[in-house]
Design a protein around this ligand. Structure first.
Ligand code: ATP
Length: 443
């Protein structure tokens, strides 16, 4: 059943143009995905919502957009060169690869008891060896060790190395934050579950700089704010929970960490992390760069290296959460339909415009409405086929409203507005449609 829902989501995503496999005509590239016309709108809506709440609606958070390529010493300072590794286990018989912490592994890998979850052979697993997840490339024409650069595995470091620049340019005072949305790359050993774990993905990260000692209260505050933010997107609260990292799960830089988990069809999994990263990163950058990164509080005359509370959300994982949470099947007039019950503000297309039939001047009126609405909303015009089928296509795309021009329109200048979820049809005056939609989208 769970796999069934994932298969349905993958197929809906392709059918309606949300998400396609990368380089599909060449057989695809492992765990890399492309967003299609509807997918890019959905993802932009999610990123826009995050940016607005994190940066534009707040006095105390500034935005940046740092480059993907960074000075290679950054990744030594951050310990990614040494420690950003996963333990890797190979099966000598079937050649499959696993993370050593994969729950499906039985017995100790590298001993006669270690059993391969794919082929079932005992004693065929190698002892775990550490595998660095960073993608390497070369800068300039010579491919030697001196020209190695990395594709960033997290966006956070681009914030830390710009911390002083932002502080000086913005004249913020502690506590304050820096936020960024951008691509990150990890050479994951076992990617999968569609866009859940991929090798190229997008993160929405915010680093909040605080006075040491204030970090624990600020951490609790962000934890609550982030959970509320997801509820405000319309994600069912019963599908959301916190998971606290135990001592063996904590990253090398973290004093405390909580994941926000969603109950995906394949189980409860993290899609956002809230981390108390202490002063680890700034101290390390201070040490490796030789530049002072401490903060001078002019009122108290204190000097300190700030602590950092980070919120780190994957844009693609959030898109999967939103799609999985919105997927519904129901029956109307004896016919099954698939609906994406997305919150209207997140829907890629806000309104479909349809002439009931392709005659009697209806297409002309409908096109005029379409042209008018396009100035304010993402709109889709469709005049082909039975009206029921046109509605159904938009239900699958998550379009919350459908406007239909019918025989009555030319006489009383009204149209019907169909609600995707309740299926109620309101008659609305043509010149009131924009105001009506604005009102409905706001509520
Ligand atoms: P996991 O344990 O699932 O590998 P993580 O703990 O390594 O995740 P973080 O380093 O905390 O993840 O990254 C923060 C967020 O970035 C995650 O909550 C997730 O939303 C996103 N993310 C991390 N790795 C991937 C990936 N390979 N594909 C898609 N999103 C990812």
């Amino acid at each position: 059943m769970a796999q069934d829902l994932m298969d349905k989501l993958v197929s809906l995503a392709k059918r309606r143009g949300f998400i396609f496999q990368s380089s599909e005509i060449y057989g695809g590239l492992g765990s890399v995905w492309d967003y299609g016309p509807l997918g890019v709108e959905l993802k932009n809506n999610l990123k826009g919502r995050w940016w607005r709440s994190m940066v534009q609606e707040r006095e105390d958070i500034e935005g940046v957009d740092a480059a993907i390529l960074m000075h290679p010493t950054v990744w030594e300072a951050s310990e990614h060169v040494n420690a950003f590794t996963d333990p890797l286990v190979d099966c000598k018989v079937c050649k499959n690869r696993f993370r050593a912490d994969d729950e499906r592994l039985k017995g100790e890998p590298g001993t006669p008891e270690g059993q391969c979850p794919a082929c079932g052979n005992k004693g065929s697993l190698t002892a775990p060896r550490m595998f660095n997840l960073m993608f390497k490339t070369f800068m300039g024409p010579v491919e030697d060790d001196a020209s190695i650069v990395y594709l960033r595995p997290e966006t956070a470091q681009g914030i830390y190395v710009n911390y002083l620049n932002v502080l000086q340019a913005s004249r913020q005072k502690i506590p304050f934050g820096i936020a960024q949305i951008g691509k990150a790359f990890r050479n994951e050993i076992t990617p999968g579950n569609f866009i859940f774990r991929t090798r190229e993905f997008e993160q929405m990260e915010m680093q909040y700089f605080v006075k040491p000692g204030d970090d624990e209260t600020v951490f609790e505050d962000w934890k609550a704010q982030r959970m509320q933010w997801h509820c405000d997107l319309g994600i069912r609260a019963s599908k959301l929970r916190f998971h606290e990292h135990g001592p063996d799960e904590l990253a090398h830089y973290a004093k405390k960490a909580f994941d926000i988990e969603y109950e995906f069809p394949f189980g409860w999994k993290e899609f956002e992390g809230i981390h108390n990263r202490t002063d680890f990163d700034l101290r390390r950058h201070q040490e490796f760069s030789g530049k002072k990164l401490d903060y001078h509080d002019v009122t108290t005359k204190d000097r300190f290296v700030p602590y950092v509370v980070e919120t780190s959300l994957g844009a693609d994982r959030l898109a999967l959460v939103v799609l999985a949470d919105a997927y519904r099947e129901d029956t109307i007039d004896g016919e099954q339909r698939v609906v994406l019950a997305l919150q209207p503000s997140l829907a890629p297309i806000k309104v479909g415009v349809f002439p009931l039939v392709k005659k009697d001047g209806m297409p002309e009126i409908a096109r005029r409405i379409y042209d008018d609405l396009r100035r304010s909303f993402t709109v889709f015009y469709d005049e082909k086929g039975a009206i029921g089928r046109r509605y159904r296509r938009q239900d699958e795309a998550g379009t919350p409203f459908g406007i239909t021009v019918d025989g009555q329109t030319s006489t009383d200048h009204t149209v019907t507005v169909r609600d995707r979820d309740s299926l109620a049809q309101d008659r609305v005056a043509m010149d009131q449609v924009t105001a009506y939609l604005n009102e409905r989208l706001r509520s």
